[in-house]
Design a protein around this ligand. Structure first.
Ligand code: Z2T
Length: 753
C-alpha cells in the first residue's frame, strides 16, 4: 500500500499537510485505511467461523491498522516531515465502547489473531450507540455517564444485509454495520459485524445520564451495553438484546451458507459458531426455529444439524453469572423460542434419563449454560485451572455425560496491540536483540540467552524507563497527577469486583501508610495505580472505589507520607489507558481469591511488558508461575482447593479473622473519624461492616501473607540486577500467551476451518 499524505491533503483540503490540525489528520488517516481495507478480499474457505459475542472491546484502531498494513513507520515519517507527531494524532481517535472487560477484550484479541492467521472468521455482535458508560469521579465517587463514541467514529461501514426480528407482540428491522478486521502482514481480511435497530432513537438518552426511557424497545434496544462484568443483573431488556443479536446472527449465517452453496442440510460444513459465554446461547433454538419454520426441516433433523455446529466457551464459575432466565421471560420476549427450548429440554430428558442436575428447564427457569453444553459439540474453559474446576466441580455431571466435549483453551493476547503498538521501545530492543521474527512467531524465548548480558539488561531497563515516561505524561495530561520519576510502579487495573480483591490492596495501602507514619521510610517512592469501572448497581464495588479515592486524597495531603507513597485511581480506565499503563508497570497485581478468576488476561499483558507478577495461584497465574519458575514470580494465598473446601463446609469465619489485632487495626481504619468526616460515611460503614462480618471473598484470610510478600517484592526490587533478570525471563516466556497460539488450538480442536 502506498500513501502520499501531502498529495492527499492538497486533494482533500487544498492545503499543505503542515497546515492541518491533528483531528483532521486523524480522520484523513482513518479514511485512507478504511478505503484501502474496502478493496481487500475476504479470507475464504468452505467453513466459516462466526464468533458470537455481546462484547468486542476493540480499542482504537488507527495505530493497529497502520501496523497491520506495514505502513506505520512511513506515515510517521511523512507526518514528521510536515511538523506533525503521529502520537498526538493517535490521541484524537475516539475509542469504541463495546465491552466491559476481559471477555470483550479477549474477543478483540481473537479477531486480530484469526485475521493474522488468515482464517475465514467474523465477529458478530451489537452496535451499542452509547456503549458501556463513561466513568467520572465526582465527590470521590463513581458517576456513570453515556459514552457518545458513535458520533465521532469513522470505521463502521454500512452493509446491505438487513433482517426482521420477531419479538412477542412486535417486530423490528435490523441494520448491519461492518468494521474491517486486518491481519498482520495480510492482504486479505475478516469483519466485525455489528447489528443495530433500524428504528433506534438516540434522543431517548438524556445528556449526562444513563437513565433512559426503558419503555419502547423498538427504539432503545441497542442504546447501551449492560454494565455487568462476571455477575449479571438478569434484567428483561438484556434478554431482548440477546435475542435481537442471535436472531440476526442466525439469519446471517444461513444466508451466507446458502450464498456459498449450502443446501442447509450440510450447514455444519459451511459454518461453525463459537458462543462467547452464554449471552449468545439463544442462537441454538433460533437456528432450530429457522430450519424448521422457514426451511421446512423436521425438528429432529434441525437439532442434529445445530448440534454439529455450535461450540460454547465458559468464562466464569461465579454462580451469579450463570445466566438463568425465567421461562416466562422467554415467553414474553420470543414465544416461539420458549416453545423450542421446552422441546429441547424434553428431548434432553428423554436422552439422559431426566436428571434434574443437568436439566435445561427446572422449576420454570431456563439454564442457558446447560442448553449450550447439551446442544453444542464443544465446551471449553479459559485456563487450565478453570477448566479443571469446571470438570471436577462446577460442571461435573456434564463432564460425566460428555467427557469428549470438554477441553481447555488458555486465553491469549495479541502481540500486535500489546507490545508492537503499546510498547515501541521494548519492541525496538527485541528487534535489535532477536531480529524481527518474533513479530510473526511471537516466540521470545531467544531472550533467555541474554539473561546475564549487561548490555541487553540495560537496554530492557531503558525501554521500561521510556514506557514510564510515556505513562507519566499520559497521567499528567488526562488525570492531572504527577508521578515521581524513580517510583516503583505497582498496578491493579481491571473491573472492580470483590473477588478480584481491590479491597485487599487497599488494606495493604493502609498498612503501608501506618508503617511510614511509624518512621519506616521506604528506599524509594511507591506509586500504586488502580483503574477500573464498577457496575452502577454493584454497591460494594462502588464503596471500594470510594475508599481508594479517599485513600488517594488522604495520602496526597499528608506531608510525611506523600513523598514515599502515592495512590492513583485512573478515571475511565479503558483500552487506551491500558496501552499506556501496562508497559510502564514494575509489579502486576493479580490477587483474586483462588478459584474465582477464570483466567485473567492483563496478567499476560503485564508479563509480556516485563512486569513481575505478585499473585495468588488462580486462573492463568498458575500457568505463568509454572513457566517462569519460583524465582521470577511472587505467589501467596490460600489454595483454590482450600478455598473450595471453606465454601463447601461454610468454614470461613470472617469475624474471627477481623478480630486478629493486626487485621482489626487495618479494617477499622476504613471507618476512622477523619475518613467519615471527609468521605461518605454510609459507604465507609457499609464497607467496613461487610469486611468485618462477611468478607465473602476472604480478603482477611490472605491479607497478612499478602503484606509480607509485597514487602519482599519491594525489597527485592532494590537488587536491581536480580530484578532485571526476573523481568527478562517474564518477557522471554510470554510467547505461550500469544492469542495466535490460542486461536491455533481452537482451530485444530474445535473449528477445523
Ligand atoms: C468477563 O469479562 C469475564 C467473565 C464473564 O463471565 C463475564 C465477563 Cl464480562 C460471564 C472474564 C473473566 O472474569 C476473566 O477471568 C477472563 O480472563 C475473561 O473473561 C476472558 O476469558
Amino acid at each position: 500500500m502506498k500513501i502520499d499524505l501531502e498529495a492527499r491533503s492538497q486533494e482533500k483540503f487544498g492545503r499543505p499537510l503542515a497546515e492541518l490540525d491533528d483531528t483532521t489528520i486523524c480522520t484523513m488517516l482513518e479514511d485512507i485505511v478504511r478505503e484501502h481495507a474496502a478493496t481487500m478480499p475476504l479470507n475464504e474457505g468452505k467453513r466459516r467461523l462466526y464468533y458470537l459475542s455481546a462484547e468486542f472491546l476493540i480499542g482504537r484502531l488507527l495505530t493497529n491498522n497502520l501496523i497491520e498494513l506495514g505502513v506505520y513507520d512511513d506515515v510517521k515519517a511523512q507526518l514528521a516531515a510536515a511538523g506533525h507527531d503521529l502520537g498526538a494524532v493517535e490521541e484524537r481517535e475516539v475509542e469504541p465502547s463495546l465491552g466491559n472487560g476481559g471477555l470483550g477484550r479477549l474477543a478483540a484479541c481473537f479477531l486480530d489473531s484469526i485475521a493474522t492467521l488468515g482464517l475465514p472468521g467474523d465477529g458478530v455482535g451489537l452496535n451499542y450507540h452509547y456503549g458501556l458508560f463513561h466513568q467520572r469521579f465526582v465527590d470521590l465517587q463513581q458517576a456513570a455517564e453515556p459514552d457518545g463514541w458513535l458520533d465521532r467514529q469513522d470505521w463502521l461501514v454500512k452493509d446491505e444485509k438487513a433482517y426482521t426480528v420477531e419479538f412477542g407482540g412486535f417486530t423490528v428491522k435490523s441494520r448491519l454495520y461492518d468494521i474491517d478486521v486486518l491481519g498482520y502482514g495480510r492482504t486479505t481480511k475478516n469483519r466485525l459485524r455489528l447489528f443495530d435497530l433500524e428504528s433506534v432513537d438516540d434522543s431517548l438518552v438524556p445528556v449526562n445520564s444513563i437513565d433512559f426511557d426503558k419503555g419502547e424497545l423498538a427504539k432503545n434496544l441497542t442504546l447501551f451495553l449492560y454494565p455487568d462484568d462476571s455477575d449479571d443483573a438478569g434484567r428483561l431488556l438484556r434478554v431482548y438484546q440477546e435475542y435481537f443479536m442471535v436472531s440476526n446472527a442466525a439469519q446471517l449465517i444461513l444466508d451466507e451458507a446458502v450464498e456459498r452453496g449450502s443446501n442447509l442440510h450440510d450447514l455444519p460444513d459451511y459454518a461453525v459458531v463459537q458462543i462467547n459465554d452464554t449471552h449468545p446461547s439463544m442462537v441454538i433454538p433460533e437456528l432450530v426455529r429457522l430450519l424448521v419454520d422457514v426451511h421446512g426441516f423436521e425438528f429432529d433433523e434441525a437439532v442434529s444439524v445445530v448440534r454439529r455446529m455450535v461450540a460454547y466457551t465458559n468464562h466464569t464459575i461465579l454462580a451469579e453469572a450463570l445466566e438463568k432466565w425465567p421461562l416466562e421471560s422467554l415467553k414474553t420476549v420470543a414465544p416461539r423460542i420458549a416453545e423450542i427450548v421446552v422441546k429441547l429440554d424434553e428431548l434432553e430428558r428423554a436422552e439422559n434419563g431426566s436428571n434434574d442436575a443437568v436439566a435445561i428447564v427446572r422449576d420454570g427457569v431456563v439454564h442457558m449454560a446447560h442448553m449450550a453444553i447439551h446442544y453444542g459439540f464443544s465446551i471449553n474453559g479459559v485456563a487450565a485451572l478453570h477448566t479443571k474446576i469446571l470438570e471436577d466441580t462446577e460442571l461435573h455431571p456434564f463432564y460425566e455425560l460428555y467427557p469428549e466435549k470438554f477441553s481447555n483453551k488458555t486465553n491469549g493476547i495479541t502481540f500486535r496491540r500489546w507490545i508492537m503498538d503499546a510498547n515501541p521501545a521494548l519492541s525496538g530492543v527485541l528487534d535489535d536483540v532477536l531480529g524481527t521474527d518474533w513479530r510473526t512467531s511471537c516466540d521470545l524465548s531467544g531472550l533467555l540467552a541474554f539473561k546475564d548480558d549487561d548490555a541487553v539488561l540495560a537496554r530492557l531497563d531503558d525501554a521500561k524507563s521510556e514506557a514510564k515516561a510515556g505513562m507519566r505524561e499520559f497521567l499528567w495530561e488526562t488525570q492531572g497527577v504527577r508521578i515521581p520519576e524513580d517510583a516503583i510502579i505497582d498496578v491493579q487495573v481491571k473491573r472492580i469486583h470483590e473477588y478480584k480483591r481491590q479491597q485487599m490492596l487497599a488494606l495493604y495501602i493502609i498498612w503501608k501508610y501506618l508503617d511510614i507514619k511509624n518512621g519506616n521510610i521506604p528506599a524509594r517512592p511507591l506509586t500504586i495505580i488502580f483503574g477500573g469501572k464498577a457496575a452502577p448497581a454493584y454497591t460494594i464495588a462502588q464503596d471500594i472505589i470510594h475508599l481508594i479515592l479517599l485513600l488517594s486524597r488522604w495520602i496526597a495531603a499528608d506531608p510525611v507520607v506523600s513523598p514515599h507513597l502515592q495512590v492513583v485511581m485512573i478515571e475511565n480506565y479503558n483500552v487506551s489507558a491500558a496501552e499506556r499503563v501496562i508497559p510502564a508497570a514494575d509489579i502486576s497485581e493479580q490477587i483474586s481469591l483462588a478459584s474465582k478468576e477464570a483466567s485473567g488476561t492483563s496478567n499476560m499483558k503485564f508479563m509480556l511488558n516485563g512486569a513481575v507478577t505478585l499473585c495468588t495461584l488462580d486462573g492463568a497465574n498458575v500457568e505463568i508461575a509454572d513457566l517462569v519458575g519460583d524465582e521470577n514470580i511472587y505467589t501467596f494465598g490460600t489454595s483454590s482447593k482450600e478455598v473450595e473446601r471453606l465454601y463447601a463446609e461454610h468454614a470461613y469465619d470472617a469475624h474471627a479473622h477481623y478480630l486478629r489485632p493486626g487485621v482489626k487495626l487495618l479494617v477499622d481504619f476504613i471507618a476512622n473519624p477523619a475518613f467519615l468526616a471527609l468521605g461518605n460515611a454510609e459507604r465507609l460503614h457499609r464497607l467496613h461492616d461487610d469486611m468485618a462480618w462477611k468478607d465473602w471473598f476472604m480478603a482477611l484470610l490472605d491479607i497478612e501473607e499478602y503484606i509480607q510478600k509485597k514487602e519482599q517484592v519491594l525489597a527485592d526490587y532494590e537488587n536491581r540486577d536480580a530484578w532485571r533478570k526476573k523481568s527478562l525471563v517474564n518477557i522471554a516466556k510470554a510467547g505461550a500467551f500469544s492469542s495466535d497460539r490460542t486461536i491455533r488450538q481452537y482451530n485444530e480442536d474445535i473449528w477445523h476451518l
